[in-house]
Design a protein around this ligand. Structure first.
Ligand code: FAD
Ligand code: UDP
Length: 380
């Protein structure tokens, strides 16, 4: 069969590889001049540092098959994400852990004491937290909420934390020990030569052809047996019902001789600092040595028509519009919508790869049984 994959990020590359390995002919197009989508990495021309061009990407997963899959194409080096936060004139450790709590309150509490202390600070009148703010007040109390979450979240999402769902904060743990690993997954690391080389390995198959700088048009569907679309769902329909809301990011690059901040990611909790975080890319490759350093200040804002969509907003209005687009997508023949843009969800890389593997396999099974192919293999 002949397949068209729109988008050369992890979604398109992994589905394409699965189909190619089964002997099918795969064409992958991407509107950008490079592969790997938002995970694209490249060497900075001035410093030689490997840069995460669209923001910091740390691979972390509990999924052994996915971990083995990525390591097959590019060996991963050990890397543990230890994030710091500057707020109220001090530098703290994130996620909030015993060190953060003791430093913030000027105490020397042991785990049980800290747990009791934080519970005494928490607003226990909130029984079933619905919003980000309620979740924060219920679990860490007002002082920590205002220092670490309120300003950062206002900058990141462009609205008050009381307008955001609790699930956004549920991604971050609070620990009553000194574990400052940002993630709690079994596997964590960095691809030795970056994500783009990793995706290059996935695409390196005789049945796969890649065309960059090539934008999808709907008439291309006629030339293929089936299309997997990992571009924006609303974009597929020419935004005819309106635009699904996203946040976009601006990166302000600067260089430094030596070590600028001593860690890869420094968050800024206060609203008075206009950026959310500074990434110093060379700390993502601790096994390399670079005298010069390149850093990105990261600013978040509403995504305009010509901007790159980063974070799906998914509030009530967006979800209603999403439902309308999903209904339209189900009417389209020979197209399956995949990935973070095609399904309008925030997806970590490991989840993206898991869904891509499952989608390709489920597609081939259905096709072998001559069953109808759905527009979505996942819940939107
Ligand atoms: P994408 O990577 O966005 O690829 C889609 C591709 O489709 C793009 O290359 C685009 O150019 C192309 N395209 C779109 N429309 C068209 C069209 N009409 N014609 C042709 N091509 C088109 N995940 C983690 O696991 N760890 C992290 O630390 C992490 N950090 C992140 C930080 C930020 C700032 C963001 C925004 C995301 C982060 N992620 C992280 C998530 C990660 O970026 C995604 O999991 C991944 O990019 C999803 O891959 P994808 O292929 O679905 O989408
Ligand atoms: N967050 C915050 N302060 C921080 C880090 C995160 O308030 O220092 C909030 C913010 O709203 C963010 C959410 O927690 O969107 C999830 O954080 P995560 O680090 O997972 O963000 P991402 O990796 O998506 O940028």
């Amino acid at each position: 069969m002949k397949f068209l994959l729109v988008g050369a990020g992890f979604s398109g590359a992994v589905i394409g590889r699965e189909l190619a390995e089964k002997g099918h002919s795969v064409t992958i197009i991407d509107a950008r001049p490079h592969i790997a989508g938002n995970c694209h990495t490249e060497r900075d021309g001035e410093t030689g540092v490997m840069v995460h061009a669209y923001g910091p990407h740390i691979f972390h997963t509990d999924d052994q098959e996915v971990w083995e899959y990525v390591n097959r194409f590019m060996p991963f080096k050990p890397y543990v994400n230890r994030v710091k936060a500057t707020t109220q004139g001090q530098v703290f450790s994130l996620p909030i852990n015993l060190h953060t709590i003791n430093q913030f309150f000027g105490e020397t509490m042991r785990p049980d004491e800290a747990r009791e202390f934080i519970e005494s600070k928490a607003d226990t009148s909130i029984k079933d937290p619905q919003t980000f703010e309620e979740q924060a007040l219920r679990f860490v109390g007002r002082d920590l909420y205002e220092a670490f979450f309120k300003g950062y979240t206002q900058k990141q999402w462009g609205c008050h934390p009381s307008e955001l769902p609790a699930r956004i904060l549920k991604r971050l743990p609070v620990r009553f020990n000194y574990n400052d690993n940002y993630f709690f997954h079994r596997f964590q690391g960095m691809p030795e030569e970056g994500y783009t080389k990793l995706v290059e390995g996935i695409l390196d198959h005789p049945n796969i052809t890649v065309h960059l700088n090539t934008r999808f048009t709907r008439d291309q569907v006629d030339d293929y047996d089936h299309v997997f679309f990992s571009g924006p769902l609303d974009g597929f329909f020419g935004y005819e019902l309106g635009r699904l809301g996203y946040r976009t990011l601006d990166f302000e690059r600067f260089t430094y001789e030596g070590d600028y901040q001593g860690c890869a990611v420094m968050n800024y909790g206060e609203e008075s600092v206009p950026y959310t975080r500074i990434t110093e890319h060379k700390h993502f490759s601790p096994w390399e040595e670079h005298e010069g350093s390149v850093c990105y200040r990261e600013y978040s804002r509403a995504c305009g028509e010509d901007d790159i969509p980063y974070y799906p907003i998914r509030l009530v209005n967006e979800k209603a519009l999403l439902a309308d687009y999903v209904a339209k997508a189900r009417e389209v023949e020979k197209v399956t919508f995949v990935g973070r843009l095609g399904t309008y969800r925030y997806l970590d890389m490991d989840v993206t790869i898991r869904e891509a593997l499952d989608t390709a396999r489920a597609f081939l099974e259905k096709q072998a049984l001559d069953e109808p192919i759905p527009a979505f293999f996942v819940q939107t």
